[in-house]
Design a binder for this molecule. Sequence first.
Ligand code: F3S
Length: 343
Amino acid sequence: MKIKEIPLQTILSKNAGSCFGVNRALKIVTEQVQEEGPLYTLGPLIHNPRVIKELEEKETFSLTTEEIDALDAGSKLVLRAHGTAPKTEEDLKAKKLILVDATCPFVKKAQEAAKNFSEKGYSVVIVGEKGHPEVESLLGYAPGAKVVASVEEAEKLAMSDSFWAVSGASSGEATLKEGATPFARIGLLSQTTQQEEVFEAIKSVYAKEGLAVEAENTICQATRNRQESAKELAQKVDAMVVLGGKNSANTTRLAKICRAYCPTLHIETPEEIEVADTKDFLGKKAENLRQWNDKMSAENLGKEPLESPEPREEPLTIGITAGASTPREHIEELIESLRKKSS
Ligand code: F3S
């Protein structure tokens, strides 16, 4: 059987691809470049290497902090969608750069939550990924905040005497653990692209410990919609393809969610699928899936390849979703590429 004869059906997730915040940031950059160009951004505007390359072709360049030092006063610098710490912003203003703020409004909401908790004297805990630019910006609004990415990390932190000191502080009946430092209460918030279940589970960890927790769920609606739709689709199809930057937190999370239900491939470009090289992919449906599994190698999967597959007539169904920083055109290109391979 030739590659052209692969029986394959693609189904696009209800919510996939670029979100409000990313579209807004790209619009701001496009308008600014049209006005003056060239333009600079503090780090990648969004986490999608293909889009960053396309922006470079349009005279918008991502710079590191060191490279920014070499910019002339009066140069225009765009603050990325992930947000910027206030101290960094002050430093950039001191260099007399003209700042254009493309921070997503939902990231700003999370920044406000961090600031409010911090100003109230709470011990701030951020559910997120250490080192991610958005989390770094949140830390700028809540200096000294702790960052946890999982229930395990939250539990470990809860066991740490140096941090969790008091329970019942809000009622004025606080009791200090031996050798611990007092604090008022915990202010819990989230990086905007985290998973709802993880946030809620971490909240429960602290509540179970009898600690006073005030939680502000700052996961954005775009993230929720993409995750819910991907989960729903992954349960119905034979395999999922997740399109978007490998450095994108929300795209990586979509792939993780899908992997719990079916073989999943996270790609940045359609070429990565390399269906054309997978000759055995053309056999029985179950055999197709086994080959698919094999292709996914290291980043995949936790599921054993199927044994003794039964021949099936239906086409292989491939669900497609894409991260919040993946433009619509890239999704269409992927669907078209799969369509060509299967027709
Ligand atoms: Fe903003 Fe959420 Fe997109 S925080 S950038 S709308 S993923």
